[in-house]
Design a protein around this ligand. Structure first.
Ligand SMILES: Cc1cc2nc3c(=O)[nH]c(=O)nc-3n(C[C@H](O)[C@H](O)[C@H](O)COP(=O)(O)OP(=O)(O)OC[C@H]3O[C@@H](n4cnc5c(N)ncnc54)[C@H](O)[C@@H]3O)c2cc1C
Length: 443
């Protein structure tokens, strides 16, 4: 029995790991286009600063990633974010702390008195009768009002998905929030009921010493599989054994194939197998995003918190700034500081694709305008993603039902990546566990 995996991001690697755990003897071969494993989980060290090219970490309130860390013997490199990093900021017309309590919310200048009153009115808004999908904007306007949506939800969705409230499906991107409305009749009602049931601390942001790549390397080594990096899969064909994975210099015959590549790549790979499936996969939109990291040998600014997100109404070129060296210890050499700036997304897609020099200039300008820092960084890091984060549009759930219905006609072929059921690291790990379970059942 031979299993082929295309893509060595967390989805491919975690799936391989779970299958290996259940089946020490099955042959598993993984192909990764890039020189290194990890995909969007990738850390670059520049002069002692550790910059994340993508994922910063994961929240501890969902069990699967923590369990994977434990199963793969990586607990010794797991680190917790600093307590100060709970403080977050929103830049609307000025930098303002994100209120952390109802009292702070009432005092916050981020919303007008009527905006706050409208939020409180959520308690009395009847629940939507059906399960039909809608944008986050339409959900937000309906439940908490325009002001709350245009400030808080707008900044939040830029930070998580690099998206905009009017461009993303609430059902697919925020299923837990939709569930509160359906199960409890509203968000406040749901939160109150859940608080009673699930008393306990919320999640803490976790990561790894020297960055997420450290975890990826360790996970890959304990997965005990055959790995080919720098190897781009060109197509996957049907064959007598099951599937043939074709790269520029060889063909590998497998009984089962897991496509853990981005949806648009998987679409290309399976052109010969199922054109209709390929078409739907190709239609999954991705937001461009670029990350600019700055390291400062000496910076007289406190960076006391997690960082800031801007609102669309602020009209800034940056989506936000993560105060990296304050979030996790060890991201900057002792006494030095670092930040990462996010640019592009659905708000400003073309900005993400600017040249590296232009991106650095945009990031510097953004930091100056939002934080008042006008210091030339000593170290610079840039990562550009033309197709960075999947943007689940309205109707995504229905399209995914169709994808996975079609997939049942292709025995031995599996799809697993952040394109389908969640983009967070926690989602990718949970979905990899589910995908591995399905493969194991089919063995
Ligand atoms: C800028 C940014 C910041 C983020 N921040 C966070 C965060 O803080 N917390 C969080 O939980 N999530 C975050 N995410 C999301 C999270 O990192 C990703 O959703 C997750 O890492 C995706 O993993 P994946 O394995 O599904 O896909 P990918 O990481 O995209 O992996 C797919 C792999 O397939 C490979 N591949 C592509 N084509 C081929 C081919 N033809 N042949 C062989 N290999 C191929 C690619 O090179 C890649 O390695 C962030 C994402 C981005 C872009």
């Amino acid at each position: 029995m031979k299993i082929g995996i295309v893509g060595g991001g967390i989805s491919g690697l975690a799936t391989a790991f779970y299958i290996r755990q259940a089946h020490p003897d099955v042959e598993i071969v993984l192909f990764e286009k890039a020189k290194t494993l990890g995909g969007k989980m990738s850390t670059k060290e520049v002069e002692g600063f550790f910059f994340e090219a993508g994922s910063n970490g994961f929240l501890s309130n969902k069990p699967d990633t923590l369990e994977l860390v434990k199963l793969s013997n990586c607990e010794d490199i797991l680190i917790k974010s600093n307590d100060n990093a709970r403080k977050r900021f929103i830049y609307k017309d000025f930098l303002c702390p994100l209120p952390e309590s109802p009292k702070a919310f009432l005092k916050s200048p981020l919303l007008s008195f009527t905006g706050k009153l409208r939020v409180a009115g959520e308690f009395f808004i009847p629940a939507k009768k059906d399960n039909s999908d809608e944008t986050l904007q339409s959900f937000g306007y309906r439940r908490v009002g325009k002001e709350m949506t245009d400030v808080f939800l707008d900044a939040m969705v830029a930070g998580i998905f690099a998206s905009k409230p009017d461009k993303i499906s609430v059902n697919s991107a925020f299923p837990a929030v939709v569930k509160l409305e359906h199960e409890y009749g509203g968000l406040f009602r749901g939160m109150l009921a859940k608080k009673k049931k699930e008393a306990g601390p919320g999640g803490v942001l976790m990561s790894f010493e020297k960055g997420v790549s450290h975890f990826i390397e360790r996970l890959a080594s304990v997965a005990n599989i055959e790995i080919y990096t720098n190897t781009c899969v060109e197509r996957v064909d049907r064959c007598e054994q099951g599937y043939s994975i074709v790269t520029n210099d060889k063909e590998t015959l497998c009984d089962k194939v897991i496509l853990a590549s981005p949806a648009f790549t998987s679409a290309q790979l399976i052109q010969n197998i199922d054109k209709q499936l390929a078409e739907i996969l190709n239609d999954i939109e991705y937001s461009p995003i670029s990350i600019v990291g700055f390291g400062y040998n000496s910076l007289g600014y406190d960076l006391d918190g997690f960082g800031l997100l801007t609102t669309s109404s602020a009209n800034k070129e940056i989506l936000g700034v993560l105060w990296d060296s304050s979030i996790f210890d060890g991201r900057a050499p002792k006494g030095k500081k670092s930040v990462r700036v996010m640019i592009g997304g659905q708000r400003n897609p073309t900005l993400a694709l600017k040249s590296e020099n232009e991106l650095v200039a945009i990031a510097q300008k953004g930091i100056k305008e939002t934080m008042g820092i006008d210091v030339t960084p000593d170290v610079v890091f840039v990562e550009r993603y033309e197709k960075g984060i999947p943007n689940y549009r309205v109707g995504h759930g229905e399209r995914m039902s169709k994808v996975f219905e079609i997939l049942t006609q292709h025995k031995g072929l599996y799809l697993n990546s952040n394109a389908y059921f969640g983009v967070g690291l926690n989602d990718c790990v949970s979905n990899s566990k589910k995908c591995a379970q399905k493969v194991i059942e089919d063995l």
